[in-house]
Design a protein around this ligand. Sequence first.
Ligand code: CA
Length: 511
Amino acid sequence: MFRIHYLLFFVVLVLFSCQNKKKEQQRPNILYIMSDDHGYQAISAYDQRYINTPNIDRIANEGVLFTNSFVSNSICGPSRAVLLTGKHCHINGFKENKGAFDGSQQTFPKLLQKAGYTTAIVGKWHLKSDPTGFDYWNILPGQGAYYNPDFIEMGKKKRYEGYAPYVTTDIAIDWLENKRDKSKPFCLLLHHKAVHRTWEPDTADFVEFYNKQYPVPDNYFDDYATREAAAAQKMSIRKPDMDIAYDLKMEYDGVKSRFKWFRTHTGRMTPEQKTKWDEHYQKIQKEFMAKDLKGKEYELWKYQRFMQDYLACVRSMDNSIGEVLDYLDEHGLTDNTIVIYTSDQGFWLGEHGWFDKRFMYEQSFRTPLMMRYPGHIKPGTKCDKLVQNIDYAPTFLDLAGVPIPDDIQGVSLTPLWEEKNPEWRGALYYHYYEFPNEHMVKRHYGIRTKRYKLIHFYNDIDEWEFFDLEKDPEEMLNQYDNTEYADVIKDLKKQLNDLQVQYKDTDRSTY
Ligand code: CA
C-alpha cells in the first residue's frame, strides 16, 4: 500500500513538473525596442513621404500597428519613468528631466523578475539613478554619444568602438547569446540613443542623404495666431533656436553661430571617421556659402539640412533593428518573442516650423507603436483605439501572466487583439511640466478624445485652447471662444476633471 502511494505521488510530481515546464516554455520573451525622438512621420508604416524603414515596418506588417498611440508627458526622462511604472509622472515622481528617478519603487521589470523572468536594459537610460530590477544593465551615460560611445556596464564605464545604434544592438545580442539565463524567459529593453539631437549620421549614410530634398509641411511658416503658448516657444527650425553649427554642422570658419566654434561632434571620432565627416560637411558648407541665402530661402534650406541628418540617423537605426530581428529568426526565438517598437515620444519634423517635442499638439503627443506576437496578433492588424505609454507596463505583465497591481494606472492592451469589440477608454490625459527650460514650452495639461482636444496652459499664463481635429488636424485655429463648441467644451472640461480624479492629479498646489 505504502509503495502504491509513493508511486502515485511520484507520478503526480513528474506530471506537475512537466506541466510547469511546458507553462514556462510558453511564457513569451519580451523584446522592447525604444528609440529617442523618433516621430511617426519618419516611419514608412505610418507615412511614406520621407523615408523607407523596411525593418521597423516588418514589426508592424507581421503584427499590429497602433494608429492612435500617445504619451502622457512628451519628453525623454519622464516618458521612460512612465514606461517602467505604468503611472503618470505626478505619481512616479519624475516630471522633468532634472532630478533622479526613484528606483526603489515598483516597476514592471522588478515584477517580471520576481515572476521568473530574466531582465536586461541596454542603451539609453536617462533617469540618473542606477537601473533597478535588471539582472543585466549596460547603459549610455546621460544622452550618450553617437560615435564610439561610452557605456556603463553594471556600474563600470567602458568605451566601445563604433556607431551607437550598431553598438547598442551588438551589446543586446551579446546578452541574448552569451549572458542571459537561458532557462528563463527574457525581457530585454533595447533603448536607442538615436535619433536624438544633434542627429550625427553614420559616415556610411552620407551619400544616401546628401542634398536630398523633402516636402515641406504646409504650416512650416505658421504665425501662431490664436495660440499664445505656441507663439512663445523657442524651438523653431527657422530661427536661431536651431543652430547652424551645433545642429546643422556648418561649424567651419566663416559661419555665424550662437555656439561659436562648436566642434564637439568630431571629438570622439577616429581619424578616419573625422576625415569623412569633414569632407562631407565642408562640401555642404561650401555650397551653402556660395548660395548666400536670405529670408525664407534660408529658412527652407535649414529645414532640408535638418531633415537630411535626422533621416540619416533613422536609416542606421532601422538597419540595426533588422539585425536584432534577424538574430531572433536565426536562433529560433521569433515565434515565442513579443517584439515592440516605439519611441519615447514623437517629434516635430518642421510642422509649425518646429523641431523637438513637449507640446500636447499632435506630432509630439503621438508616438509610434507596433507589436509583433506570432500566433496571437494577426499580421497586418491596424488598431485605432486611444492607447498611451502608461499601458505598456500592464501589457507586459499581462502577457507574462503576472497579476497587474491595482496602483498601475494604465491598462493592458491585450484585449485589443484578443477580443472582437473590447470596451475601451474614450479619452486620454496629458500633463507637461518642464518650464521654464530650454525651448520654453509652457506648462500645460489637457484631454484628447478621438475628435477633440482641450488644453490648459498655466503657470505664467492662463490660456485654454480647443481644437476640432476632424476639421483642423494641423491645430492652427484655437476655437475655445467659438460659441458653437460651447457644449462640447463644457463636456470636455467635465471629462478632464474626471480624468484628473481617476489619475489622482488633483493637488492644485502642484499646478
Ligand atoms: Ca526623447
